[in-house]
Design a protein around this ligand. Structure first.
Ligand code: 15L
Length: 264
């Protein structure tokens, strides 16, 4: 698909949203920001809750595609996850359907498959591995992926679920030597998800070209994603400071790392 002209960005005031507001216009997109919180430096931003049907319908007017990042970004009480992530994502997809939006890029997370165990040396986890959430947060991301699939099959909305790893300017932990997503690669990934060839619902991992990665990037590469960063550049310094992970450490053993220990 050609690059969409006007893109609605939900969660625009968040960490990833703020980075995309800076970088995506360089790819030729015009952004309309939407967030519960004011978006600094963006006078056109819509400050509203996803559950505000009128505000959401107005936000969708004239939009070619949506990048949906709004929601609680980690584990929280189930009632909060239910409203912000589950009900909020349903409202988002249904407003996109009503407005005739052609493509949605959904900010999923590695925590949709967080209890997946590390494969044998040299193996990688494919994007079509069964869902295996590690938290209520992960369950909400599974819901979002499944809703994306329903809206693709029932309503023909092209949709890409990004199972984002660890978005940060630089890796800060040994786990992040595999799971890191740099800001530059995040923008490259979202550009590929907005403009690459998609039919129906596609799931991809959102990580950089990390030497130590064990999540398979082939479905992301099929969209045209060409990551340019590698956490290996930080490995010597981080390992000297923190040491290697032991094989029974959840950060080593499970895709979702320490999230698998939430609530214990
Ligand atoms: C996520 O989904 C979170 O939003 C983020 O804060 C990190 O914890 C990240 O996953 C991760 O797995 O590192």
């Amino acid at each position: 698909m050609n690059r969409p002209r006007l893109v609605l960005l939900t969660g625009a005031a968040g960490r990833i949203g703020s980075s995309l507001r800076e970088l995506l216009p360089g790819y030729g997109y015009r952004l309309r920001s939407f967030d519960l919180l004011p978006v600094p430096g963006d006078p056109g931003a819509i400050t509203a809750d996803l559950l505000d049907a009128g505000a959401l319908a107005a936000a969708m007017e004239g939009v070619d595609a949506v990048v949906h990042l709004a929601g609680i970004p980690g584990e929280a009480p189930f009632a909060d996850i239910l409203a912000a992530n589950i009900e909020g994502t349903y409202r988002l997809y249904d407003a996109a359907r009503a407005a005739g939006v052609r493509r949605v890029v959904y900010g999923s997370s590695n925590h949709a498959v967080g209890f997946t165990e590390r494969p044998a040396e040299g193996g990688s986890v494919p994007a079509d591995t069964p869902q295996r959430p590690d938290t209520y947060y992960g369950v909400s991301k599974c819901f979002g992926e499944n809703l994306a699939s329903l809206y693709a099959d029932r309503h023909g909305i092209e949709t890409v679920s990004l199972r984002i790893g660890s978005f940060a300017p630089a890796p800060r932990s040994v786990r992040m030597l595999g799971s890191w997503l740099s800001p530059g690669d995040c923008a490259r990934l979202v550009d590929a998800a907005l403009s690459g060839p998609v039919s129906g619902h596609t799931v991809v991992y959102g990580i950089s070209a990390n030497t130590r990665a064990w999540w398979d990037l082939s479905s992301a590469r099929a969209l045209g994603y060409r990551p340019q960063d590698d956490a290996e550049a930080f490995a010597a310094g981080l390992l000297a400071e923190l040491g290697e992970l032991s094989a029974d450490d959840p950060e080593f053993r499970y895709l979702g790392g320490s999230f698998t220990q939430s609530g214990r």
